[in-house]
Design a protein around this ligand. Sequence first.
Ligand code: XMP
Length: 319
Amino acid sequence: DWTMAAYRETKVAEIRQQVGEGRVICGLSGGVDSSVAAILIHEAIGDQLTCVFVDHGLLRLNEREQVETLFRDHYNIPLVVVDAEERFMAGLDGVTDPEKKRKFIGAEFIAVFEEEANKLGGADFLAQGTLYPDVIESVSFTGGPSVTIKSHHNVGGLPERMNMKLVEPLRELFKDEVRELGRELGLNDQFVGRHPFPGPGLAIRIPGEVTKERCDILRKADAIYLDEIRKAGLYDAIWQAFAVLLPVKTVGVMGDHRTYDSVCGLRAVTSTDGMTADVYPFDAAFLTSCATRIVNEVQGINRVVYDYTSKPPGTIEWE
Ligand code: XMP
């Protein structure tokens, strides 16, 4: 598509202009946006870019390995993987308020970036895969002119706190355009078609206290749900699908045992930009088989519910 080819060229020139001889570090989240931003920036300035992927212990199953393979083996882009699970879990200890989780995770990300930048001998720029809807939603939302619904961790307030300037080459784009740009840059359909994943990761899909144990339980349930969605051929028809782990225990029965375990919620929505969303209308039989598999295969979950709330009034993520 000539439009995206032209956009790519324009942005490459702009990035070169902005960065000059400077050093850039780019935070990778494992998602499409930061990956596309990194690949575009690498095309512009080569090894002046180093990517930093923070494994905060809040990632999906196998996500870290997938990012390592893509960047190191496929694109040969310098990548530092930071194992930060312990410090994130320690910081989240006892935190149940959604905004406190988000603010801690955002601040800790910046702290990790700054440490890594220092180790690399300093960076002049921080690159992020911020999109247009991220910019809008952190400022306000349809609920009122100046109401912050959620603090998206990768937007706002950073330059004052940091020595690094921001490089955000996707700031004017919507998700579908980022995917098109990703394809233009040679990413395969499977990768660019991945569902969005929020920076704060599984922390905002575990209402209440976040622990490693709860993250492990959620990772398993989420992987089963997505596996079922892929097998049913529904993945690409859905904007985002994921499991949440509720801080509620209910009574169940397995064989001749009483169980007393957590409730897992399933969410799936259609959307074009994440700003509004409709519930995906699965067949009852599909949801029943997901519930059966999750309860049978994931220790710690004995009940599964489906979220029927559109956005608005719900949001896509639960926190
Ligand atoms: P909500 O939950 O606000 O989500 O309806 C809208 C879209 O944004 C994603 N999301 C985030 N993405 N950092 C991100 O990079 C964040 O802090 C964040 N919070 C929500 C969410 O997954 C959905 O696609």
